[in-house]
Design a protein around this ligand. Structure first.
Ligand SMILES: [Zn+2]
Length: 197
């Protein structure tokens, strides 16, 4: 009898714990999962370290001014509509999930072959500027968290590899009559993460 009581008390405690577990509020789950830069960086290094680099002075940031797109699409447009035989005017394109992956970095032919960009509209910046285009229209929307993470990692890598000073990380509108890369582009976030030379 003595043992039975002990058994009952133990069972009651177990039942209480079980019920509390059942009625506990659901555990917090993050709404989005963003690819952090520390995962992007090794990927960038493995992809880009294989290419020889020539002298570059600037990193010029653009937006595509379109809600979707990818390197192949822009390449076609630049070849067929602009008549540029080297195609894609940018060295890199960072996708937003519409046309290519969210935060995906596409490496253009002009980077692989280390040739001048066709993105700046000014000779100095086309010759010495590495053109990075983020897919999106940042007058109307914002770059995604994954795009910004990839941009920061890419800019950090390029600064390091090409010895580009932080004041030479610029937006297209810094030297040209344009809104590119859009009024909503958070330039300060890029600068906040750059390497100081
Ligand atoms: Zn631009």
């Amino acid at each position: 009898m003595h043992f039975r009581w002990k058994y009952c008390i133990s069972l009651s405690f177990l039942a209480i714990f079980y019920l509390c577990g059942c009625y506990a509020p659901p555990a917090f789950k993050p709404i989005t999962t963003v690819k952090p830069p520390k995962k992007v960086e090794p990927y960038i290094v493995s992809q880009l370290d294989r290419y020889f680099v020539r002298d570059w002075k600037y990193i010029v940031i653009h937006h595509s001014a379109s809600p979707s797109g990818c390197a192949v699409e822009f390449d076609k447009y630049h070849r067929e509509k602009r008549g540029w035989e080297n195609g894609l005017g940018y060295h890199f394109v960072i996708g937003n999930g519409h046309g290519s992956g969210d935060g995906e970095i596409e490496i253009g032919n002009r980077w692989i072959n280390q040739i001048d960009g066709a993105h700046a509209g000014v000779q100095e910046y086309n010759h010495y500027g590495i053109g990075i285009c983020l897919v999106g229209n940042f007058n109307e929307s914002y770059p995604t968290a994954a795009q910004m993470a990839s941009l920061s990692a890419l800019v950090g890598y390029l600064q390091d590899r090409c010895h580009i000073s932080s004041e030479n990380i610029i937006m297209h509108r810094h030297f040209r009559q344009t809104e590119c890369p859009g009024r909503n582009f958070p330039y300060y976030k890029v600068l906040a993460k750059t390497v100081r030379w």
